[in-house]
Ligand binder design. Structure first.
Ligand code: PLP
Length: 394
């Protein structure tokens, strides 16, 4: 039996939904000497970098970069705009909505938590009704996960904005785009989002370690009165330092080099093409899953994720045993089932620096693994995916 990872010849297949594969160009860009982060060379570099982020977020507002994982930007979004005891509205779309809720609870917010079955996006009609009922405007923010990576389910942020407008509700709209930015269409300004949260390790094709926050004018105004304690993640000192190309503390210099290169790669391909590529590879993946006779976790056809497909394994099978067999035999990592989905599903990441033959290899490993693990399935998933890739090639 082959040994996992480093000891196997050839490349490891990293098919988790982030961290995604880091392209060689980005790795090479990171592999440079660190420079003085308080010197003129750094300032010039950082100022250029800040300017290049806007189109990706679809905003002309400020975007800050924290040396942190995405969870830090969750905390920052809350701490900078809200005060202890403030009421917020959240929908349970999966594990990541749940974890963000936990951050809000720990900070001391009053969370209205609308339970869900982890197979659908946010129920926008329900949200609108709740906002209409909130005549006193006690709800200070709606917090939504655009693409819940645990279930491969996308919520319609544009429709959420419309619902908030129809209800004439002034709450802030905060959106987690950690597994959708740079892989699915998103526009902070176009959709009237106040705070956009993102991270480096998925569509941006970077290693983990950078978190981003897009901040609208309305969010900036909320910052002036928000009383949640904050220090490391405070927007004020960050924005003041960023004006001159600096950070209030030591930035992750080499990850910023990588970011610069990743932005160049995204611009070279063109964002629309990046989105189309993700859409096509995701559709091929879904055809494979259906071909195997397995069930896609997401039950909203309009809500299928283009960065991750979560696949339910049949009753009585252990999805983690399947993942283990695939890792040991084919040197491929698939995403585990998270939270209540543990043991019940595996997740195929198709995000970032990824192409047709990488997908073909990944799906082959899964089909072989299903047989080896004795998971009941039909043959033909790969053929369905390859037929689709062939039909839509070029
Ligand atoms: N939100 C989403 C949608 C995620 O997918 C993740 C991580 O995968 C997080 C938040 C948490 O980010 P991090 O693990 O970088 O702290």
């Amino acid at each position: 039996m082959a040994k996992p990872n480093q000891t196997s010849p050839g490349r490891h297949f990293l098919q988790i939904p982030g961290p995604s594969n880091v392209p060689d160009r980005v790795l090479r860009a990171i592999d440079r000497p660190v420079i003085d982060h308080r010197g003129p060379e750094f300032a010039d570099f950082a100022l250029g970098l800040f300017q290049r982020l806007g189109p990706l977020f679809g905003t002309t507002s400020k975007i800050v970069i924290f040396p942190s994982s995405g969870t830090g930007a969750w905390e920052a979004a809350i701490a900078n705009t809200l005060s202890p005891g403030d009421r917020i509205l959240m929908f349970e779309t999966g594990q990541f909505a749940t974890l963000w809720r936990n951050v809000a609870v720990n900070i001391g917010l009053d969370v209205i938590w609308v339970e869900g079955d982890w197979r659908h996006g946010i129920d926008v009609a329900d949200m609108e009704a709740r906002l209409r009922d909130d005549k006193e405007h006690a709800i200070k923010a709606v917090m939504a996960v655009h693409n819940d990576t645990s279930t491969g389910t996308v919520s319609d942020i544009e429709a959420i904005r419309r619902a908030m407008d129809v209800a004439s509700h002034p709450a802030l709209l905060m959106v987690d785009t950690i597994s959708s930015l740079a892989s699915m269409p998103y526009t902070q300004d176009g959709w009237g989002v106040d705070v956009t949260i993102a991270a480096s390790q998925k569509g941006l094709m970077l290693p983990p370690g950078l978190a981003f926050t897009g901040i609208s004018e309305k969010a900036l105004a909320a910052y002036q009165t928000a009383t949640c304690p904050k220090a490391y993640f405070a927007w004020g000192p960050m924005l003041a330092n960023n004006e001159k190309g600096f950070f209030p503390y030591t930035p992750a210099t080499n990850l910023l080099y990588g970011l610069d290169e990743a932005l160049t790669m995204l611009a070279e391909e063109g964002l629309e093409n990046v989105f189309a590529r993700h859409n096509r590879l995701a559709e091929a993946t879904r055809r494979a899953v259906r071909g195997w006779g397995l069930e896609i976790c997401c039950q909203d056809e309009d809500g299928y994720s283009n960065s991750v497909t979560a696949v339910l394994t049949p009753e009585g099978t252990d999805s983690d045993a399947l993942r283990k067999i695939i890792l040991e035999n084919f040197n491929m990592s698939l995403g585990t089932g998270l939270g209540r989905m543990q043991g019940r599903q595996f997740r195929i990441g198709h995000v970032g620096d990824f192409n047709d033959l990488m997908l073909a290899g990944a799906l082959s490993g899964i089909e072989m693994g299903l047989s080896l693990a004795g998971v009941p399935h039909k043959k033909g998933g790969i053929t369905a995916a390859l037929d689709y890739l062939t039909e839509t090639a070029g």
